[in-house]
Design a protein around this ligand. Structure first.
Ligand SMILES: [Zn+2]
Length: 308
C-alpha cells in the first residue's frame, strides 16, 4: 500500500528540502478550484506525462482534502513539481514561510498509475490544515498527515478499507515506545514522530467515537480548527489546538490523551486493539470480524462517504 511504501520514502525524505522552498518567478498555470487557487510551476518538457495529467492529480488530491475538512484549509497555494530521474512520486514538503507552498519531487518517467497510487500530494496538503506548533510537538504534525491521508482517501473511495487497515497493522507498531523512550514530546525518532503520532490520532478517533455513540470523530475536531480559519500559516500552542478540536467533538479526548502521552512512554496493546476493532491479519492482508465489539467504529473510520 502507499503508506507501506511511505515508511521508507518518508524516512528518506526527512532531510529533503530542509532549506527554503523552490519557487519560480511566475507560475506556469493556475488551477481554480471551488475553495482554493493553485498556482503550479513545472517544466513540462522534462516529464513523460503531459501537464494535464499532473493537473488532474493535483485537483483530485485537493478535492480529497477539501472534502475531509469541509473546505480547503488555505485560500491559495503554490506548487512546484521538481523533476528527478526515474519513475514515481518521490517525496515532498509543505512550507508556510510567506504563503502555502508545496515542493514535490517527481520522477520524469512517472506514469498514470504512479499518480493514482500517490499519497504524497494529499499528505503535504493535509499539513496546511494544522497551525505550526513548537518543534517538540512535530509528532502531531506528521502523525496527523499520515493518519488523515489514509482515512481521507478511503472516505473519498480512492483506497479500499482493507488496504488502509493492512497499512495500519503494519505501520502502527513503529509508533510504540522503544526501551528508554520518553513521551511523544521528548522522543523525536522517526517511528515515534510519524507512527507514534498516527497511533495517537487513531486512539483519539476511536475514543471520540466511543464517547459520542459514533456520532462524532477526529474529523469533527480537525474541521473545527479549519473552520475557525486557522491553517499552517498560523502558529499556535498545541494545547490550544487540542482544546479547539475537543470543543468540536464535545469531548476532552485530545486534551486527555495528550496529557497521558506527552511526557511518559505508555505502551498500547495493539493486538487487543485490532481484536476489538475486528481487524484481523491474514498474511499481509486483513479480514474483518463483524462480531467484534468495535467493528462499527473501524467500519465507520474507513467508510466511503455517500456524498463523495
Ligand atoms: Zn509530512
Amino acid at each position: 500500500m502507499c503508506s507501506l511504501k511511505a515508511f521508507f520514502t518518508v524516512a528518506s525524505a526527512l532531510g529533503f528540502l530542509a532549506a527554503a522552498p523552490i519557487r519560480a518567478e511566475t507560475e506556469d498555470s493556475t488551477l481554480q478550484l471551488p475553495d482554493t487557487l493553485i498556482r503550479l510551476h513545472m517544466e513540462d518538457a522534462r516529464f513523460a506525462l503531459p501537464r494535464e495529467s499532473f493537473e488532474h492529480w493535483i485537483r483530485r488530491s485537493a478535492h480529497v482534502v477539501s472534502h475531509y475538512y469541509g473546505k480547503f484549509p488555505v485560500a491559495q497555494m503554490y506548487i512546484a513539481l521538481i523533476p528527478v530521474s526515474g519513475k514515481g512520486v518521490k517525496n515532498g514538503k509543505a512550507f508556510a514561510i510567506d504563503d502555502a507552498t508545496i515542493n514535490v519531487r517527481v520522477g520524469t518517467g512517472a506514469d498514470h498509475q504512479d499518480l493514482l497510487d500517490d499519497w504524497i500530494m494529499v499528505h503535504e496538503m493535509i499539513h496546511f490544515a494544522l497551525p505550526r506548533v513548537p518543534r517538540r510537538h512535530h509528532w502531531i504534525e506528521e502523525g496527523l498527515a499520515v493518519y488523515v491521508e489514509s482515512v481521507a482517501r478511503s472516505n473519498a473511495g480512492d483506497l479500499a478499507p482493507k488496504f488502509v487497515w493492512a497499512g495500519f497493522l503494519k505501520g502502527m507498531p513503529h509508533g510504540l515506545p522503544a526501551n528508554g523512550d520518553s513521551g511523544l514530546d521528548n522522543t523525536p525518532t522517526w517511528g515515534r514522530t510519524y507512527w507514534g503520532g498516527a497511533l495517537f490520532c487513531l486512539l483519539a478517533d476511536i475514543e471520540i467515537r466511543k464517547r459520542t455513540d459514533n456520532r462524532k470523530s477526529l474529523r469533527d475536531g480537525l474541521q473545527a480548527i479549519v473552520h475557525q480559519g486557522f491553517s499552517m500559516l498560523d502558529e499556535k500552542p498545541v494545547e490550544e489546538l487540542f482544546a479547539i478540536a475537543d470543543a468540536g467533538t464535545g469531548t476532552a479526548v485530545l486534551t486527555e490523551l495528550y496529557e497521558h502521552h506527552r511526557d511518559t512512554a505508555h505502551d498500547v496493546d495493539l493486538d487487543g486493539l485490532w481484536q476489538s476493532l475486528g481487524v484481523q491479519a491474514a498474511g499481509t492482508a486483513v479480514e474483518f470480524d463483524t462480531s467484534a465489539p468495535l467493528r462499527h467504529i473501524s467500519e465507520s473510520i474507513t467508510a466511503r462517504d455517500p456524498g463523495f
